[in-house]
Design a protein around this ligand. Sequence first.
Ligand code: SF4
Ligand code: FES
Length: 255
Amino acid sequence: MAAVIDSDQSAPAGEAPIQSFLVTFIIRRYDPEVDAEPRWVDYDVEMYPTERVLDALHKIKWDQDGSLTFRRSCAHGVCGSDAMRINGRNRLACKTLIKDLDISKPIYVEAIKGLPLEKDLVVDMDPFLDAYKAVQPFLISHSHPEKGKERLQSAEDRERFDDTTKCILCAACTSSCPVFWTDGQYFGPAAIVNAHRFIFDSRDDAADVRLDILNDKEGVWRCRTTFNCTEACPRGIQVTRAIAEVKQAILRGGR
Ligand code: SF4
Ligand code: FES
């Protein structure tokens, strides 16, 4: 239960002071050198409504238990390193405001699912990144632009893959996918999103190669259109639509 414990005396003159609350976080901890199984540990943390779950993790690490392990870098929704399950939903800790959570109840925080757990909130990203690399997520062109010129593209052609350029490889989509949880081979939504980004790029000449890769038994046909991926994406990418567009391109025999 959250309790008001303080008010911020530094609030601008004429504005009501911002109140802090005691919020309970229950974090799934796991140290492979000590624990046979993960265990849930409670922490009470003083928080302000405008702070984020990432701030809570910092306060716990700095003031209560320095062994708490998690990834983060930019702290502003750009690097994609702090995807985790917050109250059962995949989110970025740095983009999840305390005021948007129900602090009358404890807030549960655990590592994303479907990837090997290394320690506390950190998973092994190698299987995720291997799938990403397998779709050749880089521009492949068999021609050279005219000397000193750029590769031109119309606004309409750019629009075809604009949405999928926003991916920050946080793995929130892939690790929310029930097919990925149960099938260690499926490429997963993030790899397909990043294939989409190049398949529909008019400057790229390897769409057929990528469509062949994704037409494999571990490719797009494993998708069951559950929409978990689209709901999980912190960048608002229409992940399920991108997967559907790749499926249609395979059936058409090209983009
Ligand atoms: S598509 Fe969205 S959820 Fe998936 S890895 Fe990219 S940014 Fe993260
Ligand atoms: S820390 Fe970079 S996205 Fe959250």
